[in-house]
Design a protein around this ligand. Structure first.
Ligand SMILES: *[C@@H]1O[C@H](CO)[C@@H](O)[C@H](O)[C@H]1NC(C)=O
Ligand SMILES: *[C@@H]1O[C@H](CO)[C@@H](O)[C@H](O)[C@H]1NC(C)=O
Ligand SMILES: *[C@@H]1O[C@H](CO)[C@@H](O)[C@H](O)[C@H]1NC(C)=O
Ligand SMILES: *[C@@H]1O[C@H](CO)[C@@H](O)[C@H](O)[C@H]1NC(C)=O
Length: 160
């Protein structure tokens, strides 16, 4: 597709896809909490003793079957390098996301600020993390939510 599609259309298409897909998990909810931690290492991962990077912008992007990239959520890491993204009322999309129908990832564009993380400040690239469903929990405010984590980031260098 060489033309630009409106985001509304894409989301509508996603919703159609999602509602046509039975959920693979017991309890159904349209809410989720995604958490990840990004540290100042060459891959962004956090082995014991590594230091979290605050102020890092990250996006949860998914690629639709039409090849369009949609950003489902965006956020910035906090003091300890922890990213928390609330995924509220994303009707059905989460179900597709987690059952692997839509390829989704948490993306961090490099380079980062050299003051904050020198080792990730010298390359053009992307840190890519694949979201993983841990469990479904009851949040006091949101009710039933999917607890999603990013177990590992991969450091990819582009333009080499
Ligand atoms: C993810 O989405 C953000 C915000 O829309 C964008 O800046 C970034 O380039 C995207 N990354 C990828 C790999 O699609
Ligand atoms: C990098 O971080 C330092 C310290 O927070 C800040 O003073 C500086 O403006 C930042 N540089 C860029 C290019 O954002
Ligand atoms: C990650 O980025 C660093 C530069 O900060 C580079 O030297 C290293 O080779 C990259 N690691 C991987 C696994 O791509
Ligand atoms: C959510 O998942 C994280 C990451 O695995 C885990 O540490 C945490 O305990 C889970 N939260 C609940 C309430 O189960």
């Amino acid at each position: 597709m060489g033309y630009k599609q409106s985001p509304t259309l894409i989301v509508a298409a996603l919703l159609l896809l999602a509602t046509a897909t039975p959920l693979a998990y017991g309890q159904q909810t349209n809410n989720g909490i995604l958490s990840a931690r990004i540290c100042c290492t060459s891959t962004g991962n956090c082995p014991p003793g590594s230091v979290g990077i605050p102020g890092v912008r990250a996006s949860l992007n998914c690629t639709t079957l039409f090849g369009n990239v949609v950003t489902l959520a965006q956020g910035v890491t906090g003091a300890n390098g922890v990213l928390n993204l609330g995924l509220n009322n994303i009707l059905g999309v989460l179900g597709s996301l987690l059952s692997g129908i839509l390829p989704c990832g948490v993306f961090v564009n490099l380079p980062l600020n050299s003051t904050i993380c020198p080792i990730l400040s010298t390359v053009d690239g992307v840190l890519v993390g694949i979201p993983k469903l841990v469990n479904t929990i009851v949040d006091p405010v949101l009710g039933l939510v999917r607890n999603i984590t990013v177990p590992v980031f991969i450091n990819t260098t582009i333009g080499r």
